[in-house]
Design a protein around this ligand. Structure first.
Ligand code: FES
Ligand code: FES
Length: 1001
């Protein structure tokens, strides 16, 4: 049928089917700013204005839109510089989002801006809560909503004509904060009030930063530069994988198993293949049987090879059974219904403890299975870890007290708003192009080559803009589906997962049961600490060893003991990582470490309270310090040879000092008056803490490369294989290059990543990009700078031959090469000289970096909660994180990472959990039943950066992205204990658990 729609004040005719949604129609017409994140009206990524009101375009039929003006993000504004054309530039909301750092992956950004646009049209002076309510229909998994809310308030002020500081971020930037010393006598606060201290009552765009002396003279590093990709993202440009168009493209769909464990006795795709519009149906009978691991890790993958693109056995509800490619999504779905499958159901294992029992049904009996280290499929064991440091039994024997307890952490989802998307096609040279939303383009190419029967050189993987990954896209999860179908049909294929597929067939965080045993002296000295983790990897062992290894490696390293125990700590970490018939777990931001800190920090709290010790002092007394050996560095290294590593920087004590001052610890902790809320006797307030450490990259393994090329105008192309999935890594890499080259960030044209054109990089994981890829960028920039200085010296010496300038005397800044006597040549002049005039050359360089160390960031995380002791309802009022992540290259993007990470961790703390019924069927299949925090539900978030200068990096950086995930849940658990005495050992801390715990007390 034909309809006429008024879109952005322009009438357009569309040929549609009655079932076509407005979202599908808009995207087909090139309005890419409306995005797909779900199919059921929950994520809001598809928001457009319909009669001036925000609606979810996925829930409106295109036919219903006739006669209703539609506004998409494309109507708002455009890049202010369009060559000779004069434009009005960006809308004030778009400008505010750019300048406030409100964009991370940018997938939700057009929807947020449109929702805000409607708010400001009706209320030019909204309150912060009104802004939060307006944004509440658009889920954002990256930002924690802090900066988007501030951006809307800022834009509102601009639109009201108020004089708003041109760069608010610079104004609120606080180079050094001197807070009063803490630890003095605690003074009771009046009930229900907050201490105030130095914190402004409203959230701020920029965090507090305690700047190291080394960083104070830099021009670009350490500054809140605007993200290099912000302008395209606020315009909703077609930057993501699903925005890519190709003539004749087929749509792929996957048939998923309804059984948790079964053999496929018979499969008949005949009727599906005959359906008009179906181009191919593939079953295990149609493609080569190649065993591999889907884990996107360096070679050799530290885990078993136990997966096939398609198999004659299914191992979880949601496992793959067949692939279909058809002309339309509707035909592909219809074809799935026509595939006849006869299953032989097998007993399913849904409890990890059952998986280890003798005689348990075996999940992996395929002869192709390849062991790694101690994996043993005959015991359903994907991996086993046994680490003993020091003499643990002697340490227990020397203790005055032994504390033992069991804890549990749930399976949770990355829930990036952009689903997994891949487009594959043969190029004109018969090379297979894979354009995919991946965190690991180079690993994907290497892993896929044998699976597809192609040499690496005939595969090109392109990573476009990624709409969030959080580890979920550190997996070669979908690329083979589309690639097999392109090989079968010769045609381009797109495969975009549905939200339900994300839940039933995507990856997740490993659930674990953890046993802790800790020996402690009367004075609080830890004499020995032991953890046993039973980890459920699900049906396949992707990341099984390494995720669970990091559970111990990072969380059990923090508390080494004191006195002689500090010199020779006694630590044990044992783990069994078992196969079950649950959907596979995998990488999720934090990579096993949040699972470790829930038991460790809940356990430390119990010990401190039991021994009547100050919980902060007890922790700091036993915590790892500068100059000490990372206790695990000689014991374990992700399945490879461990090597000793000394802690060079640790700002943990200062983090505690700063964090406790900001949250008002001394005034609140242990204050009976503060716990009460005036007029509400059923409410109790509580405060809790957790201390954490992470790692920065994987030593002696992961490598990143960078290349830099100088252009005629003195700008530079920076090519990196590193993968910006919304973290801002393209921006911080550009900042480091700009610092070395004396150029503004906008003169560094950053491109990531394409296996044909950018240097190798291990990809975005292990919080390593700024550290590993950043060092590669600095090295490449230094080589380019050296060439520039040599040429500049020659040019200056030709001008005035009596005053010879040495290249080493020249400094690069303000787009110039400047001699000590003040003479200078511009980068443009140098580029012209190099490319066109004298001894012509292309000034360019390539460099790479692999680190021998993995310097840990440290943090203190605090939570303040209110508990309703009648219902168990818990409200998290405030989260504070003081973190030593080394030097902060960009406080705007780094604080966005912390805010977003704390928000994800908050879900882990109080509401996120994936459950399964007795048949292994997922309970959560959409973003309604799996709740992630919305803008109006958020607590106050506060970030403080306590800089140290990590000597192993040219700009002193350590990791930022993962550490905020680690301490929120235990801090909240400890705050709930503080508030009402409820001991919750299994997170998340739900009202039901609190209610039950209070009834049992
Ligand atoms: S795509 Fe429309 S609400 Fe999610
Ligand atoms: S920036 Fe909002 S989903 Fe990524």
């Amino acid at each position: 049928m034909k309809i006429n729609l008024q879109i952005n004040q322009r009438w357009q005719e569309f040929a549609i089917t009655p079932a076509d949604s407005l979202l599908k129609t808009l995207r087909a017409a090139g309005y890419y700013g409306a995005r797909h994140g779900c199919e059921s009206g929950e994520c809001g990524a598809c928001t457009v204005l319909f009669d001036g009101r925000p609606v979810n375009a996925c829930m409106v039929l295109a036919a219903q839109a006739e006669g209703h003006p539609i506004t998409t993000i494309e109507a708002l504004g455009e890049h202010p510089e369009q060559g000779w054309k004069t434009t009005a530039g960006l809308h004030p909301l778009q400008t505010a989002f750019v300048e406030s750092g409100a964009i991370q992956c940018g997938y939700c950004t057009p929807a947020q801006i449109l929702a805000a646009c409607q708010l400001l049209a009706h209320d030019p002076d909204p309150s912060e809560m009104e802004v939060r309510q307006a944004l509440s229909g658009v889920l954002c998994r990256c930002t924690g909503y802090v900066k988007p809310v501030q951006a809307v308030l800022h834009a509102a002020a601009v639109m009201r004509g108020e004089v708003v500081p041109g760069n608010e971020t610079a104004e609120v930037y606080i180079p050094r904060v001197d807070l009063p010393p803490t630890g003095g006598a605690s003074e009771d606060l009046p009930a229900g009030s907050a201490p105030g201290l130095q914190v402004e009552p409203r959230t701020r765009i920029l965090p507090k930063v305690l700047v190291t002396p080394e960083a104070q003279s830099w021009q670009r590093v350490g500054k809140p530069e605007i993200k290099v990709d912000a302008i395209k993202l606020v315009q909703g440009k077609p930057a993501f994988a699903a925005d890519f168009e190709k003539r004749g493209m087929l749509v792929a769909k996957v048939l998923h198993s309804p059984h948790a464990h079964a053999r496929i006795r018979r499969i008949n795709a005949g009727r599906a293949r005959e359906l008009p519009g179906v181009a191919a149906v593939l079953t295990y009978q149609d493609i080569p049987r190649v065993v591999y691991s889907t884990a996107g890790q360096s070679d050799p993958i530290p885990g078993p090879l136990d997966s096939f693109s398609l198999d004659h056995k299914v191992r979880f509800v949601g496992d793959r059974v067949a692939f279909v490619a058809a002309e339309t999504e509707e035909i592909a779905n219809e074809a799935l219904e026509l595939i006849e499958v006869e299953y032989e159901p097998l007993p399913a294992i849904l409890d990890p403890a059952e998986a280890m029992k003798a005689g348990a049904v075996r999940l992996h009996d395929e002869p192709e299975y390849v062991n790694f280290a101690d994996s043993d499929p005959s015991k359903n064991l994907a991996a086993e870890i046994r680490i003993d440091i020091g003499d643990v039994e002697k340490g227990f024997a020397e203790a005055d007290y032994i504390f033992e307890d069991e804890y549990e952490v749930p399976k949770v989802q990355q829930a990036h708003i952009e689903p997994h998307v891949v487009v594959t096609y043969w190029d004109e040279d018969d090379r297979l192009v894979i354009r995919t939303s991946t965190q690991v383009p180079f690993h994907a190419r290497r892993i896929l080559a044998p699976v597809l029967g192609l040499p690496v050189k005939r595969i090109r993987v392109i990573k476009p803009r990624i709409g969030g990954g959080f580890g979920g896209k550190q997996e070669v999860l979908i690329e083979d589906v589309a690639a097999h179908l392109t090989i079968a049909t010769g045609r381009p294929v797109i495969y975009e997962t549905t939200r339900e597929e994300e839940f039933i067939a995507g990856r997740s965080r490993h659930p674990m049961r953890v046993r802790m045993k800790t020996g402690v002296k009367e004075d609080g000295t830890i004499t020995a600490n032991a953890m046993y983790a039973l980890s459920d990897t699900g049906a396949y062992g992707c990341h099984a060893l390494t995720v669970t290894g990091n559970t111990g490696h990072k969380s059990m390293a923090l508390y080494v003991g004191d006195g002689p125990y500090r010199e020779s700590p006694n630590i044990r970490f044992y783990a069994d990582i078992v196969y079950t018939n649950h959907p596979p777990a995998g990488a999720y931001r934090g990579y096993g470490v949040p699972q470790g800190y829930w038991p460790v920090e809940r356990h430390m709290e119990k010990i401190a309270r039991n021994l009547k010790l100050d919980p902060l002092e007890f922790r700091l007394k036993n915590a790892l310090r500068v100059g000490e050996l990372h206790p695990f560095s000689t014991a374990w290294s992700e399945g490879r040879e461990p090597r000793p590593e000394t802690i060079e920087t640790c700002g943990l004590e200062e983090c505690v000092r700063q964090g406790k001052a900001v949250i008002g610890w001394d005034q609140k902790y242990g204050s009976p008056a503060w716990r009460q809320v005036i007029g509400k006797p059923h409410l109790r307030k509580g405060i809790g803490v957790a201390m954490v450490m992470q790692g920065t990259a994987i030593p002696y393994l992961d490598m990143g490369g960078a290349s830099i090329k100088m252009n005629d105008d003195g700008s530079f192309n920076l090519l990196v294989g590193a993968t910006d999935l919304g973290t801002g890594s393209d921006t911080v890499l550009a900042q480091m290059a700009a610092e070395v080259l004396g150029a503004p960030v906008e003169d560094i044209i950053t491109y990531s990543s394409d296996t044909d054109f950018t240097p190798f990089d291990k990809g975005a994981y292990a919080s390593s990009t700024t550290y590993i890829s950043g060092t590669a960028v600095v090295r490449a920039a230094e080589k380019v700078a050296e060439r520039i200085k040599i040429r500049a010296a020659n040019m200056l010496n030709v001008e005035l031959s009596t005053l010879n300038v040495q290249p080493s005397d020249i400094r690069l800044f303000n787009c110039k090469a400047v001699a000590p006597d003040g003479r200078s040549v511009s980068l443009t002049e140098i580029a012209h000289n190099a490319l066109h005039h004298t001894d012509q050359e292309q000034i360019m360089a390539v460099a790479s970096y692999m680190s021998p160390v993995s310097p840990p960031p440290f943090a203190a995380q605090f939570a303040e909660v209110t508990v309703d002791i009648q219902t168990g309802q818990v409200t998290v009022d405030k989260l504070v994180m003081a973190v030593d992540s080394g030097v902060i290259v960009n406080p705007l993007t780094a604080s966005g990472q912390i805010e977003g990470g704390m928000t994800q961790a908050l879900g882990y703390a109080v509401c996120e959990e994936m459950g399964y019924d007795e048949a292994g069927r997922a309970r959560e299949r959409d973003l309604r039943t799996y709740h992630i925090f919305q803008a109006h539900e958020m607590p106050e978030l506060e970030t403080i950066f306590v800089e140290t200068f990590e000597p192993s990096h040219p700009f002193g950086v350590k990791a930022v992205a993962e550490i905020p995930m680690d301490g929120v849940a235990p801090a909240v658990g400890n705050a709930v204990l503080d508030a009402c005495g409820a001991q919750i050992d299994n997170n998340p801390v739900t009202p039901e658990k609190i209610w039950r715990a209070l009834r049992m007390n």
